[in-house]
Design a protein around this ligand. Structure first.
Ligand SMILES: COc1nc(N)nc2c1ncn2[C@H]1C[C@H](O)[C@@H](COP(=O)(O)OP(=O)(O)OP(=O)(O)O)O1
Length: 211
């Protein structure tokens, strides 16, 4: 196995890695702050596609709920719902709280993966606990922080817009497919540049193997 980036542990298998400039090293992790990010991924309608001269294929749509961040860190970007883990909370409790505060819903969240992000303007490493759920209860409601919207993970079969990767954090495109296909993942991405224009220069994503 190739050398794992600092902060990545466990029985992992590399899925994708890269760098803009090979000479640059991983940033040093001085302190970690814990964050959450929660996604609802649900089956949509079953569509029938007629394949000429062959048969009719029945394709199930997959839909993902994202929120457009209206303020603060990552403003204007689409992401899952989440924020800092408060003192005395477990990451799961924080994820449930943030999902309710930001999207107005409750969901049976399950652990999906872990991401570590470092960047110029912030001296700590973001340790993000990612969760997903297949269903939710309550009414999806826009909050002061997030504007929720459904997107399609199977764009040819639906009227919903495709996942807006061009308006998400760069490198999200690497792990969102793992989240959707329920493969537990772990990753790290180091960014450079000022806050709203920071770009990844080194990244590593892997799947977590059963031990
Ligand atoms: C590249 O960096 C990031 N990528 C992705 N996909 N998500 C990220 C990245 N950096 C941070 N995040 C996530 C982690 C959290 O879910 C939010 C940030 O949380 P926020 O700063 O809004 O924390 P809150 O507790 O909500 O802050 P308030 O005090 O403003 O409520 O973004």
């Amino acid at each position: 196995m190739d050398q794992l980036p600092p902060g990545i542990t466990g029985n992992v298998k590399r899925f994708l890695s890269g760098s803009q400039k090979d000479a640059l090293q991983w940033r040093q992790i001085k302190t970690l702050k814990h964050y959450t990010n929660a996604f609802v991924v649900q089956d949509g309608k079953v569509r029938s596609l007629v394949v000429p001269f062959l048969s009719t294929a029945h394709i199930k749509e997959v839909q993902i709920l994202l929120g457009m961040k209206k303020r603060g860190w990552g403003i204007g970007k689409y992401n899952g719902f989440g924020g800092k883990v408060d003192q005395g909370e477990t990451p799961l409790e924080a994820a449930m709280r943030e999902l309710e505060e930001e999207a107005g819903i409750q969901a049976p969240l399950e652990y999906a993966g872990t991401l570590i992000f470092l960047t110029d303007d912030v001296e700590w490493a973001f340790h993000i606990h990612i969760y997903r759920a297949d269903s939710y209860t309550g009414t999806i409601t826009e909050s002061e922080e997030m504007k929720p919207e459904w997107f399609s993970a199977s764009p040819d079969t639906t009227d919903l817009p495709p996942i807006p990767f061009e308006r998400m954090w760069e490198t999200d495109e690497a792990w969102i497919p793992l989240l959707i296909s329920k493969k537990t993942f772990i990753g790290r991405a180091d960014f450079v540049g000022p806050k709203d224009q920071s770009k990844p220069y080194k990244w590593w994503y892997g799947t977590v193997e059963d031990s």
